[in-house]
Design a protein around this ligand. Sequence first.
Ligand SMILES: Cc1cc2nc3c(=O)[nH]c(=O)nc-3n(C[C@H](O)[C@H](O)[C@H](O)COP(=O)(O)OP(=O)(O)OC[C@H]3O[C@@H](n4cnc5c(N)ncnc54)[C@H](O)[C@@H]3O)c2cc1C
Length: 326
Amino acid sequence: MIMLILSFDSLDSNLEVDVIVVGDGVAGISIVTLLKKEGLSVAVLEARRIGSYVTESTTAKVSYTSSLIYSRVLSQFCKEFGLKFKDAYFTGFNKIIDIVDDLNIDCDLRRIPFYILSEDETKTDMLDNELNALKELNILAKIVNNVPCPFEKINKALVHENQLEFTPIKYLCGLTNYIDGSFVFENSRVLDIKEVDGFKIAKTENGSVKGKNIVIATNTPIYDPDGIYKHLDQVKSHSLGISLEKDVKDIFAVFNLFHTLRSSPSSKGEILVFLGDHRSIDNLTDRWDFYKNLRNYSQDLFNVKSFQYFWSGRDNLTPNGVTIIR
Ligand SMILES: Cc1cc2nc3c(=O)[nH]c(=O)nc-3n(C[C@H](O)[C@H](O)[C@H](O)COP(=O)(O)OP(=O)(O)OC[C@H]3O[C@@H](n4cnc5c(N)ncnc54)[C@H](O)[C@@H]3O)c2cc1C
């Protein structure tokens, strides 16, 4: 397991800065890095340890797609919004590449094709719809009829070349080294946020920070003046880490089941990171059933050597699957 090299004290005094960032997952720490590059003074308040919440348990794909998202966007919104949506995805994608290059971070960043497919032949037309939407938005992708391991039996997939994967904790290590020397506080949960005379004040148990601006990067609702969280459902995803007889090289999303899979280097060799379907936390029954389903599905698909890990993570999704962009 890779450990973060640096650790930080909790906040025990009062401070004033340009920007307060609440939450230090991949979103928070990337924002702090960018703000610091702009020469702003920043204080970051993290309730636990850096990267220790959802970020630690993702499948660590960095892509400007996740499945059939662009056809969904264009079926519900106008082309202008589709272009904004594309721009948001591409900007984030390129920003991560720039940060890694600029700070010379060794985080196993590698380019890799991302295949989207269905095991249900009656649904493969949806790949053509997605390709049409991609063309309309000027995004390069293609339909292929030869799909690599472990989906050799499938004869149609949409592929986005040059997507990325990395080891998030190494990426966070690189950023943590860069922001060392700023006001970074761990074990400092924000309990209350107030607006006083145009300033934001974030209060923790033993101190508070005053800032001209505040960024909420908590991935959970703690301060929501724009009412964004009322549009989101909390979902839980279940994952397995599997050692295989034969490694999988690419990223796959199976859209009829919503499963994603990719290989990741680890101290135990290549591990297949295999993420199962999302369930609203209101509809969770026996969580072991999800792991059992994943285990059975993976055994149908691969020659499994051993199951090494299992874990789950929570996320927030809009009901229509389209990210909110203002
Ligand atoms: C299982 C799973 C797999 C995923 N895989 C991918 C993937 O492969 N690629 C991808 O792009 N996305 C993926 N996602 C989406 C994922 O949510 C994001 O990519 C990303 O990791 C979320 O990062 P974050 O910084 O927004 O949230 P988090 O990592 O959750 O960070 C938020 C931080 O805020 C802190 N916090 C919360 N409340 C407070 C408070 N009151 N005061 C101070 N701090 C607080 C938390 O402790 C936490 O550290 C996945 C999600 C899940 C659940």
